[in-house]
Design a protein around this ligand. Structure first.
Ligand code: 2GW
Ligand code: MN
Length: 297
């Protein structure tokens, strides 16, 4: 009827986006084949999702490692986190370092906490990178149970440039590696040697996930870190080290334990100076670093 047509036109023009929550993206996949959301700008309403989580009194533990010369990244990491990372929510940073005296004095806002934990220095960088799994496993077991609801584990050679909020929370959360988000699977740098516990057969695998950011509930991330630590120990006993270290084991884990939510490369970009059509907002990015300058030997 005419009045129906007028009513339809009126509501879709005036209320379309506002009342029906008409969100979504047609230029990128925003759901996985197992129906986990892939979070992109334009797929959520930050006001709606903030108001839901505001009622829950949650704490987000966030771990970061800064050994050797990597302490130089801490100031930008922490200051930018204050501006963009779970703003308005309780965040507890756990910072692992071999040089507590190098930790900058960054003023944290209300309900934001920083605990510094001292580690012995390590010589091989692969050991630093891989030992993170065992340290996280023990942290969750020994300290976090009554302290936090969710945890994110992040690289330190990074900086926040845009909102990273409660839209990222889920039971088990992986981040699509920025180099591989529209790349065919055969190019993914999975571990393909059957001798390694991180082995993924050719033709298997869903996405290539970054080792620089992952998270979820304490229980799920505990199981992830424990499993990766065990698998890496078996590899060590068999004198093999996976191609991309713990990142390879993380990818194996996510193949058989599907993440309940994926974050798009907006949540870990390669370097702020590089742009991409689908990535409309860079929220968190690796900073350009001079490897020769910051890495030991
Ligand atoms: C030293 C020499 C070579 C490589 C790393 C390091 C190093 C790392 C270091 O001297 N001190 C340190 O604190 N780290 C920590 O390990 C720090 O938190 C850093 O963010 C993290 C990973 O090392 P990074 O950032 O140099 O490696 P990326 O950015 O190339 O990492 C990807 O691949 C790694 C595995 O090879 C990890 O999976 C990492 O999560 C990925 O982003
Ligand atoms: Mn890094």
């Amino acid at each position: 009827s005419l009045s129906g047509l007028i009513y339809w036109g009126f509501t879709s023009i005036w209320f379309g986006n506002h009342l029906t929550g008409n969100l979504g993206r047609t230029d990128v996949a925003s759901v996985t084949p197992w129906l986990a959301p892939i979070v992109w700008e334009g797929t959520f309403d930050s006001r709606v999702i903030d108001s839901i989580y505001k009622q829950q009194n949650i704490t987000i533990a966030t771990t970061v490692f800064a050994l050797g010369k990597y302490t130089r990244f801490l100031k930008d990491f922490l200051e930018s986190a204050e501006e963009h990372y779970f703003v308005g929510f309780r965040v507890h940073f756990y910072l692992f370092t071999d040089q507590p005296e190098e930790v900058p004095n960054v003023k944290l806002g209300q309900e934001r906490y920083l605990t510094v934990k001292t580690l012995p220095s390590m010589n091989r960088w692969q050991d630093i990178s891989m030992s993170r799994m065992e340290i996280l496993e023990k942290l969750i077991e020994n300290e976090l149970a009554s302290e936090a609801d969710y945890i994110f584990c992040l690289d330190v050679d990074t900086k926040f440039y845009g909102r990273w909020g409660v839209e990222s929370l889920g039971r088990l959360v992986g981040v699509i590696h920025p180099w591989f988000f529209n790349v065919p699977r055969f190019l993914f740098t999975y571990e393909h040697r059957p001798k390694s516990q991180a082995y993924i057969p050719a033709g298997k695998g869903d996405y290539y996930y970054t080792g620089a950011a992952f998270g979820g509930s304490l229980k799920d991330v505990h199981n992830l870190t424990k499993t990766c630590r065990e698998q890496m120990n078996i590899d060590t006993a068999n004198s093999i080290e996976a191609l991309w270290h713990e990142e390879s084991h993380l990818n194996k884990y996510f193949l058989y334990n599907k993440p309940s939510k994926l974050l798009s490369p907006e949540y870990l970009w390669r370097d702020i100076s590089m742009s991409s059509g689908s990535v409309k907002i860079i929220r968190f990015s690796h900073v350009a670093k001079n490897n020769a300058e910051v890495r030991p030997n």
